[in-house]
Write a protein that binds this ligand. Structure first.
Ligand code: SAH
Length: 463
């Protein structure tokens, strides 16, 4: 039996997708931060439970060959305890090993759901492991330095809402300009005495700084999420921001006055510039509003959509249904200009973007509707349309049984399922089997290097 405070030598045999090394001791899993598969380490047990234990690293006796060089590890991940950023759970291992782990994770998800017959392919990647993100939502807080209050804009420390500054002022996953805008905004708040929102009291103004960039066009949207009707000194802020960062095309505020973990409220208004930015993806132009979904890794999205297109094998004149379509990126990228295309999406701004995007890119037969995915039946019925092929790209919770049942009845020839959660994908693949749809393979695509997330694509066909 493991005891709290016990010190022992352990062989780390696994690394979970929360970034903890795992050792099997006396038949139970011991989770040890800062260790990776292949390490031999002296560890101290700090918590014991019935089915697992938690340890901390005391001494690394033999480092694993899968370890990334120490100088590559981000300063924020090396911080102690409550100050540690928990974003990049895989940064202590080589990228090759990260990809192997992601494949293993998807394979395990399939097995758990009873879909072990599905072959999981090697993870596809653009190879980009830094500066790939085009969106950041930084929480804003206050820190006391030398007895003086300062605005801190950074990230939440792991498992807390304590805001820790960016390591050396920069997060490696973001483009460098984001860190410059973070610095600019923190300085502006300090010099204009604009308070940071305080979760406990519900007082204070600036809650989050939300940045989004069109990676190809360079256009930047800056949004101040505020707990107030207006942002003080807004004109000054806009003037000096655009003078320093000419790439900024849109400055907006989003009002969020609720005491909630949800970052964005429903009301936004433009302080300066356009109400949206543009990016180029798969050779097409896309307009992206503040509240619309857009893949955070643009180059990864091209790889993902290319994979989806290859699997879909859309034939001339075949009709396509793009469910959970966002701003229409997937459907508009895989379809021809005359493909009958229907996209359905729940966020109204995204649907407006999708309609404009269809027009901009000369997609003559594309139509987009605002609604829940389960409205697809009524929408297609009203249009008197049958879908030969379907793409679904739901949020993590996957598809509801009702949506699967409807698609089962619709009997498209091919369904391409894009998923950011291998567990719900595996579950839904099993549910689709009840309607005669099968898949032989799942293709993981690494859109979120260094983090524990992996995207998957699967083609379902009726035998
Ligand atoms: N296919 C798009 C968006 C995928 S993200 C792309 O690749 O860019 C999932 C999308 O589903 C989001 O735009 C989200 O707003 C939308 N969504 C979430 N729940 C939904 C629902 N119940 N019905 C329809 N769309 C939904």
């Amino acid at each position: 039996m493991l005891q709290k405070n016990q010190i022992l030598t352990a062989a780390i045999t696994d690394l979970n997708n929360l970034g903890f090394g795992v050792a099997k001791i006396d038949g139970i899993s011991v989770f040890v931060a800062d260790t990776v598969t292949g390490d031999i380490a002296e560890i101290k047990i700090i918590k014991t439970a019935k089915t697992y234990a938690v340890g901390t690293l005391c001494t690394l006796i033999t480092p694993s060959p899968m370890r990334a060089p120490e100088h590559e590890v981000c300063g924020a991940a090396k911080r102690c305890g409550g100050n540690r950023c928990g974003g990049c759970v895989y940064q202590r291992i080589t990228y090759a090993h990260e990809l192997a782990l992601k494949k293993q994770y998807v394979t395990f998800a399939m097995k758990k759901a009873g879909a072990q017959h599905i072959k999981v392919l090697d993870v596809l990647t653009t190879g980009q492991t830094a500066a790939y993100r085009n969106k950041a939502q930084y929480p804003v807080g206050t820190e006391i330095l030398d007895g003086e209050k300062h605005t801190v804009i950074g990230f939440y420390a792991v498992k807390t809402h304590k805001i820790v500054p960016l390591p050396n002022g920069h997060c490696a996953l973001q483009p460098p300009i984001f860190s410059e805008i973070v610095r600019f905004t923190a300085h502006f708040c300090d010099t204009h005495q604009i308070s940071a929102y305080d979760e406990t009291s519900g007082n204070g103004i600036l809650r989050h700084l939300y940045l989004r960039m069109g990676s190809k066009t360079g256009e930047i949207l800056v949004c101040l999420v505020i707990n107030a009707d207006t942002f003080p000194h807004a004109d000054d802020f806009c003037k000096s921001l655009i003078a320093e960062f000419p790439q900024v095309k849109s400055i907006q505020v989003n009002q969020n006055r609720q005491n909630t973990n949800v970052i964005l409220g429903n009301t936004c208004c433009v302080l300066w510039g356009s109400d949206a930015i543009e990016d180029i993806l798969c050779g097409k132009v896309f307009r992206i509003s503040q509240l619309s979904f857009y893949q955070v890794n643009r180059d990864g999205a091209e790889l993902l959509y290319h994979t989806a297109k290859t699997l879909l094998q859309l034939q001339p004149r075949e009709a396509l249904l793009d469910l959970y379509c966002g701003i229409g990126t997937i459907g508009l990228s895989v379809a021809d200009t005359d493909t009958p295309l229907v996209g359905i999406e729940i966020i109204p701004q995204a649907v407006e973007n999708a309609k404009e995007n269809a027009k901009r890119n000369g997609m003559k037969n594309a139509r987009f509707f605002c609604g829940d995915a389960s409205d697809a039946k009524q929408i297609l019925h009203n249009l008197q349309m049958h879908a030969d092929a379907v793409i679904v790209d739901p949020p993590r919770k996957g598809l509801t049984p009702a949506v699967i049942a409807y698609l089962g009845e619709l009997t498209p020839k091919r369904i391409v399922y894009i998923s950011c959660d291998a567990d719900t994908l595996a579950r839904d693949i099993m549910r689709f089997a009840e309607y005669g749809y099968h898949t032989d393979t799942t293709q993981p695509v690494d859109m979120f290097s260094r983090t524990g997330h992996v995207e998957c694509v699967a083609l379902l066909t009726k035998k």
